[in-house]
Ligand binder design. Structure first.
Ligand SMILES: [Zn+2]
Length: 157
């Protein structure tokens, strides 16, 4: 279904056959997590990071991804129809709140963020158009709730 290949951002996975939308490509156990995050881990909870032991580790980022990584179910599946030769990728801020290594994106999509940082730094309107995992939604809600307390902005005299 795919093979390891060279892409614009180094090693990557590339489709070798047609992959229909909804096809499951990987499974992983999100209960197997560590506290330490690296550029290879996938965040699976507010303070939990999963280190894949499969080709999953080679999935690159795109701002217009063709895969979804669902960290609750431990599933990776096709978000759209994928044709042979296309690089497989997912939207890193959908899993990462605070990334260990931000980078300049070369995904080439019209809506490319340019410089990709974690969800914390991704414009909210961009996140709203993407699949994002529940722990990211929860961290956004928590941060908004803390930011929007009136007393944080001005000292009332
Ligand atoms: Zn991009």
């Amino acid at each position: 279904m795919y093979s390891v290949s060279e892409g614009k951002a180094g090693r990557c996975l590339r489709a070798t056959a047609f992959i229909a939308r909804g096809t499951r490509l990987f499974t992983f156990d999100p209960r197997r997590w560590q506290k330490e995050k690296t550029y290879q881990t996938i965040q699976v909870g507010p303070d939990q990071h999963h280190l894949p032991d499969s080709d999953l580790i080679l999935l690159n980022h795109s701002c217009y991804p063709n895969l979804i990584v669902n960290t609750e179910k431990g599933l990776v599946y096709a978000l759209k129809d994928i044709y042979p030769g296309e690089e497989l990728n997912y939207f890193y801020p959908s899993t990462e709140w605070d990334m260990s290594r931000p980078f300049a994106c070369c995904c080439g999509s019209p809506q490319c963020l340019g410089y990709v940082r974690e969800a914390l730094w991704t414009p909210l309107n961009f996140l709203l158009g993407q699949f994002i995992n529940r722990h990211i939604v929860q961290l956004i809600q928590k941060n908004l709730a803390e930011a929007c307390v009136f007393e944080n902005f001005i000292e009332i005299k």
